[in-house]
Write a protein that binds this ligand. Structure first.
Ligand code: NAD
Length: 333
């Protein structure tokens, strides 16, 4: 099957080509750097399948254009699918598949890395020692041991984050629409969002971006958090109202923030913008806080996760071509 791979970076080409070559029936993969949007959808004319990543735009007009060009499968190289209009895809006859399961350890471990970096101020220490400044003033952190950690969304990634945090010797609180017995066995207590916000010293977000979770961290919910709270987001940027977060940071209410995602990251992340002016004033303000660390959506970026994403993407193509379905099929809710 001929497949157009949108938003392809060097590492996507390498891992997808390797997975394709070792599959029984290789596909013809054509790579383009362009992101999918309504303007670039015509690049897929004549292709039966297209593959996209987290910031490609598969909203209604784009999907309709893809369908007119003959695309019948859209396969996502991600777990999150908030960038795809599943109702329109179904109406246009486009099957949508994702990578439901790839190393949740990659993201959970990165959330812990962000947490300890902002807590122990490793990001500041790194710059200081390179400048020959070995003063400790301003680098004081907190023991994690004995603290209360709130996990919002205890699915695959949140549950592993909780398991790692249990090793630090913390009290675990969870908030989810379903509880995970494995988390309960770890000692997690499921509570309301209000209680989690009020009790936690550390909060980590692991829910998908849905209408029900959009801006779940906003002025009201930030105000309910403990003064000095550490907030970590490795899920999706729009879980947080960034302008409200900036106000809470300016007031000194928030202790530290680690963000791997940003609500307006599309057009900014996954590119070298180092010689360009940043015109997003909200993002620019966020970057001024010494207690905020932003990374460019790299939590998934491990050798293991990339290989699994590539292998699953190739399997999705093969299953679709053979008329089979699998656990990665996405259907309208
Ligand atoms: P998952 O589906 O296994 O878990 C999500 C959990 O959120 C589920 O337990 C679900 O019940 C819960 N949830 C849904 N709506 C909720 C609500 N309104 N309130 C509370 N809980 C709610 O997903 P996962 O594999 O753990 O991934 C979580 C998210 O992480 C993905 O949706 C994606 O956005 C993000 N992600 C980020 C990266 C990265 O590189 N930064 C990589 C992979 C995934």
């Amino acid at each position: 099957m001929r497949v157009l791979i949108y938003d392809a970076k060097r590492y996507d080409r390498e891992t997808l080509q390797a997975a394709n070559a070792s599959s029984g029936s290789p596909h013809e993969l054509i790579f383009v750097e362009s992101q999918l949007n309504v303007q670039t959808a015509s690049l897929a004319d004549g292709f039966r399948a297209a593959s996209i990543f987290v910031n490609d735009d598969a909203s209604a007009l784009t999907l309709e254009r893809l369908a007119r060009g003959g695309v019948r499968l859209l396969t996502l190289r991600s777990t999150g699918f908030n960038n795809v209009d599943l109702d329109v895809a179904a109406r246009c006859g486009i099957t949508v598949m994702r990578v439901a399961n790839y190393s949740p350890y990659a993201v959970a471990e990165f959330a812990v890395a962000l947490l300890q970096t902002v807590n122990r101020k490793v990001h500041r220490a790194y710059n200081r020692t390179r400048e020959g400044n070995f003063l400790l003033d301003g680098l004081q952190g907190h023991d994690i041991h004995g603290k209360t950690v709130g996990v919002i969304g205890t699915g695959r990634i949140g549950a592993i984050f909780a398991r790692i945090m249990a090793g630090f010797g913390v009290t675990l609180l969870g908030h989810d629409i379903v509880s995970d017995p494995a988390c309960v066995q770890l000692g997690m207590r499921y509570v309301s969002l209000d209680e989690l916000l009020a009790q936690s010293d550390i909060i980590s977000l692991h829910t998908p971006l849905l209408p029900s979770t959009y801006h779940m961290i906003n002025a009201a919910t930030l105000a309910r958090m403990k003064p000095g709270v550490i907030l970590i987001n490795t899920s999706r940027g729009a879980l947080i109202d960034t302008e409200a977060l900036i106000e809470a940071l300016k007031s000194g209410h928030i202790g530290a923030v680690g963000l791997d995602v940003y609500e307006e990251e599309d057009g900014l992340f996954f590119r070298d913008r180092s010689d360009q002016i940043i015109t997003d004033d909200v993002f620019a303000r966020l970057m001024t806080f010494p207690n905020v660390l932003v990374t460019g959506h790299q939590a998934f970026f491990t050798h293991e996760a990339l290989s699994q994403i590539a292998e699953t993407t190739i399997r999705n193509l093969t299953d679709f071509e053979a008329g089979h379905t699998n656990e990665n099929l996405l259907q309208p809710r």
